[in-house]
Design a protein around this ligand. Structure first.
Ligand SMILES: [Mn+2]
Length: 281
């Protein structure tokens, strides 16, 4: 399908989690005039700890360069995992232009602020150490709890200290973290008098109207495999690449409906992974 623009973020090339094959399929399905890479494309943070670079990830880079060479506008907006690129604001590398933020005028004239969004994330902004130790800490917690219950059994202690209860309280915090992020992004866009924002960072895809502002999040290519396309009439659509095309076409929810707010019970035992994920953005 030919579209006007593609927006993707949080590909995290160089990590084990990167779903490069699915991204390649998505890029094969959608040809576009513009390709916007909305941050955390190459994960230099994780690569400090060890590089995981597959042939498919190589192909992703090649396909992107190829698009730029063939006259598509390709723009890279750095994120926090590729923040070294922020020093090159306004510089073109070959045919790829680096911009820390950009105002995209859609075909219908609506103006969208493009940025990765980590500056609106209170955790990575003010508590960087917390973001880094986050996933290490949770893995430790899980192991600790296993030994703890063993110890309790050994000592024949009655009662049970519930890790899942603890995890749930953390999940609640992760969910409110997402809401806080979205709120502050939307507020900033409204203050600047723009029609919407297209960002990434929190690995939670979205496309919805909040009052007069359109809040769009590209999601990621680690868990959800989502991207945003702009059709030639300016209409934006959220694409979930893991859905077979037929199923996507038959899906009941039109792209602009508000997804149900995640509730406590929607995320029961996966709590820890979920929270750790939120902290690792
Ligand atoms: Mn990020």
């Amino acid at each position: 399908m030919n579209v006007r623009s593609i927006f993707i973020s949080d590909v995290h090339l160089g990590t084990r989690g990167c779903q490069a094959e699915r991204l390649l399929d998505f890029l094969k399905d959608y040809e576009s005039d513009n390709l916007f890479l909305v941050g955390d494309i190459i994960d230099f943070w994780s690569m400090n700890r060890g590089i995981h670079w597959t042939p498919a990830q190589n192909t992703v880079v090649q396909k992107i360069l190829r698009r730029a060479r063939h006259g598509q506008q390709v723009m890279l907006i750095p994120g926090n995992h590729d923040e070294a690129m922020r020093e090159y604001d306004g510089v073109s590398f070959g045919d790829i232009l680096v911009r820390c933020e950009h105002i995209h005028v859609a075909a219908d004239g609506r103006r969208y602020l493009l940025l990765h969004g980590d500056e609106f994330d209170q955790v990575t902004r003010y508590h960087r150490w917390l973001a880094v130790i986050g996933d290490v800490g949770y893995n430790l917690l899980v192991r600790l709890n296993a030994s703890l219950s063993r110890l309790r059994r050994l000592l024949r202690r009655p009662g049970y200290w519930s890790l899942s209860g603890y995890a749930k309280s953390r999940v609640k915090r992760a969910v409110s973290f997402i809401f806080d992020f979205e709120d502050s992004v939307i507020r900033a866009v409204r203050e600047r008098g723009l029609d919407g924002v297209i960002c990434g960072h929190i690995h939670s895809a979205a496309l919805r109207r909040v009052d007069a502002v359109t809040y769009v999040n590209c999601g990621d290519w680690v868990d959800s495999c989502t991207g945003i396309v702009e059709h030639h009439d300016g209409r934006l659509e959220l694409i979930r690449a893991w859905q077979p095309v037929a199923a996507a076409a038959n899906a009941e929810a039109p792209p602009n409906t508000v997804p149900p707010a995640p509730t406590f019970d929607d995320v029961p035992q996966a709590g820890i992974a979920c929270t750790a994920e939120a902290l690792r953005l």
